[in-house]
Design a protein around this ligand. Structure first.
Ligand code: ADP
Ligand code: MG
Length: 697
């Protein structure tokens, strides 16, 4: 135990290091900047940078990097060493305030969606002092935002920070009306649960699809899948457990509070959950966690797959984004609380989420989407693509009762009116139904369960933060004008139930009936990621993002282009990999097998014995017929890819061609190849099968 407390945060320039090492006045000024979002002066950063450098060098660092999160979804870094040559041919180690607070990166190769003209390829990085610097691989990492020369955002951190700011402002207005005058800051808190697969590196190396695309593009089901439910929460195998131990240490050093680890539903699948923290640190930490999962796995001869659907036929991986709101005086605003007063405040915050989710469901759908998650959403292992909110029966009943103007009775004796009496303690709903909900209220937080395992959680959170901020602002306007706050609270709840209650659904989200019911309720069911991207151009969405200064119109447009481009590139790579594997690996193998069968028939015949060769002949017929089919499907895929590649006039149309033409044809090709896998001599099959991959560790 003492070991853990020793290593926890040991590589982080965190609050206690700052307090210990910085001059008192500098510490105070920096703290103020962090807590109140004040601008950082060069004087402060000069002192901080020199202190940070000494600390980093003591810990063995030789380089520093501005670490940022471009729209590729992963992180980027450019390393500079601390050395500075002196006239006498030696070097001194330097790190200036300017180097800490601002950097320049040639950003021309990062996606910008047309924001940056080629003549102005420079991008700037600026220190986000609300997320602590840390040391990894002998390098001092400085978390930064990334923007263009003209100030447009080119990353995922800037909008997140902006969204946290506007959310805090709106929430404070509401809190002050409830008499919480001391609250000066409200912060969204996030705890992302991360799912992943671990497979053997030697086997991985023999599959081009895993190497190029992170998922298997071919593969018949193994005789055993997840049906025995023997993996879920099963005992953790030694090799995996050694990996987890190592991973925990690495995470703890970086101050990432990895807490829970267990086996997941599918064979070779696992999950890791940290303790929640502020949204931007949680986002940084999740990016680091994904990197470390991969790098620590390699040390153990394993490969960590973060793709949403690495294997067909068994569950894929997601990320549950647990989200709540916390005040600087320690209140969780989504905790029902014990006093009537707290209850009314809770209901207002609860309703703000319900309304935001209903009115901006398309943005959340978009945030959860990526090419990989298209395999999962709505496929009975992850929530459907329809956004709904699970509240549980108890809470739903209370909202309905307030809406119908009746007395609010509790399970126990006694009546209750908002703000006058107490709400019952809500039992935490642990039924399976909330597992099928995209956004489940789980007692004191919302769990957004649609996010893909490989995705950055930034966008889920900045859309959630901004839209909730918008609703809270609207509530604050109403409450500030009201003569009777209690009556206005009731009236707000009534309005939300009436206008947005359609988004509340406590039933089984995986059922067919829900799809029909949702349609009746008028809830959007955006089936594919490509279709969801269009919502970035919707006027209501642009205006809410503009109003809260999270995105400008131009920035929304650039994200639209980037998302489409990413989709196009992903499917293009997958299709080319399929063509390569099927032409150069599968076809030769099945042709050899056909020849082997033909030879066997000829050999038997030449013996002159009157033997029965019907089985050989049947198999030969089947193999050759499937081989012909395979070849046709290959030609067709090739054609679809060319068609899509040429359709460059309009990126949306092109992405749709990849979706309806290329992606669909990939499925047809796979089906034939998988049939062949089941009948071809295993010694001839050119790459490891699902059985080899999933049951190997
Ligand atoms: P459950 O059993 O409902 O999944 P857990 O307590 O295991 O809940 O928490 C799951 C995740 O939710 C963890 O990462 C945890 O840190 C996070 N979490 C808990 N409370 C909050 C909160 N107030 N805000 C954000 N995340 C939270
Ligand atoms: Mg969960």
């Amino acid at each position: 135990m003492s070991h853990i407390s020793e290593i926890f945060g040991s590589s982080v320039f965190n609050d206690s290091v700052m307090r210990e090492r910085l001059p008192k006045a500098t510490y105070k000024a920096l703290r103020k900047t962090i807590d109140e979002g004040l601008p950082l002066t060069l004087e402060i950063s000069e002192v901080v940078s020199s202190c940070m450098k000494d600390w980093a060098i003591e810990k063995g660092a030789t380089h520093f990097t501005h670490w940022f999160q471009p729209m590729t979804g992963i992180t980027a870094e450019k390393h500079d060493s601390f050395i500075n040559p002196t006239e006498d041919g030696k070097v001194i180690l330097e790190f200036s305030g300017k180097e800490l607070s601002k950097g320049e990166a040639d950003g021309s190769s990062f996606p910008s969606g047309g924001l940056r003209a080629t003549f102005e390829a420079r991008g700037y990085t600026a220190w986000d002092c609300t997320s602590p610097a840390f040391i990894k691989n002998n390098t001092l990492y400085i978390p930064t935002v990334f923007c263009s020369y003209t100030g447009e955002t080119l990353d995922k951190k800037t909008p997140l920070l902006r969204s946290m700011e506007c959310l805090s402002k709106s929430a404070i207005r509401v809190l002050h009306l409830f008499g919480n005058e001391k609250v000066t800051k409200v912060t969204p808190t996030v705890g992302p649960e991360q799912e992943y697969f671990l497979i053997d590196k030697k086997i991985y190396d023999r599959r081009k699809d895993l190497i190029f695309t992170g998922r298997t593009l071919f593969g018949a089901k193994a005789p055993k899948g997840q049906e025995m439910e023997d993996h879920y929460y099963g005992s953790i195998k030694q090799r995996v457990s050694a990996f987890m131990k190592d991973l925990d240490e690495e995470l703890w050093k970086l101050g990432i509070s990895a807490k829970t680890e267990h086996n997941e539903v599918a064979p070779a699948q696992h999950e890791l959950a940290p303790i929640f923290t502020t949204a931007n640190i949680a986002t940084d930490h999740n990016q680091l966690t994904m990197e470390l999962l991969k790098s620590v796995a390699l040390k153990h001869g394993l490969v960590c797959l973060l793709h949403e659907k690495p294997f067909a036929g068994v569950n894929g991986s997601g990320k549950h984004n647990n989200w709540s709101l916390s005040t600087n005086d320690g209140q969780n605003l989504l905790d029902p609380g014990k006093t009537p007063h707290e209850n009314a405040q809770f209901l207002i915050f609860l309703c703000s989420v319900i309304k935001a989710v209903d009115e901006y469901a398309d943005l959340l759908r978009l945030a959860a989407g990526n090419p990989g998650n298209d395999h999962r959403l709505g496929a009975n292992e992850a929530p459907p693509a329809i956004i709904s909110v699970f509240l549980g029966d108890e809470l739903t009943k209370i909202l309905d009762q307030i809406a119908s103007g009746g007395d609010i009775s509790t399970n126990k004796a006694g009546k209750l009116t908002v703000g006058v009496s107490t709400l019952p303690a809500f039992p935490r709903d642990t039924t399976d139904r909330n597992r099928t909900s995209p956004l489940a209220f789980t007692g004191n937080k919302f769990e957004f369960r649609m996010v893909g395992s490989s995705a950055s959680i930034a966008s889920s959170n900045f859309f959630l933060n901004t839209t909730v901020a918008e609703v809270l602002e609207n509530f604050a306007d109403r409450l500030e004008k009201a003569s009777d706050i209690n009556a206005e609270v009731s009236s707000i709840i009534k309005d939300v139930v009436k206008h947005n209650g359609r988004v509340i659904f406590n039933g089984n989200g995986y059922s067919e009936e829900w799809v029909a019911e949702a349609e009746k309720r008028g809830l959007p069911n955006i089936k594919s990621y490509v279709e969801s991207i269009k919502c970035l151009l919707e006027e209501k969405n642009i205006s809410v993002m503009e109003k809260h200064k999270v995105f400008s119109r131009v920035e929304m447009h650039s994200r639209y282009e980037i998302s489409l481009e990413k989709y196009i590139k992903t499917i293009n790579i997958e299709a080319l990999t399929m063509l390569e594997m099927s032409r150069r690996q599968i076809l030769p193998a099945v042709i050899s097998f056909g020849a082997q069968l033909a030879n066997s028939i000829n050999q038997i015949k030449s013996c002159g014995v009157d033997a029965d060769i019907s089985a050989n002949a049947e198999l030969l017929k089947e193999v050759t017929s499937l081989t012909t089919q395979l070849s046709k499907e290959i030609t067709l895929l090739d054609k679809k890819v060319s068609e899509a590649q040429e359709a460059t006039h309009d990126s949306y149309a092109q992405a749709m061609l990849y979706r309806t033409g290329v992606f669909a044809q990939m499925g047809s090709l796979r089906a034939v190849a998988d049939k062949l896998e089941c009948i071809v001599d295993s010694k001839l099959w050119p790459f490891p099968t699902y059985a080899d991959i999933l049951f190997n560790i």
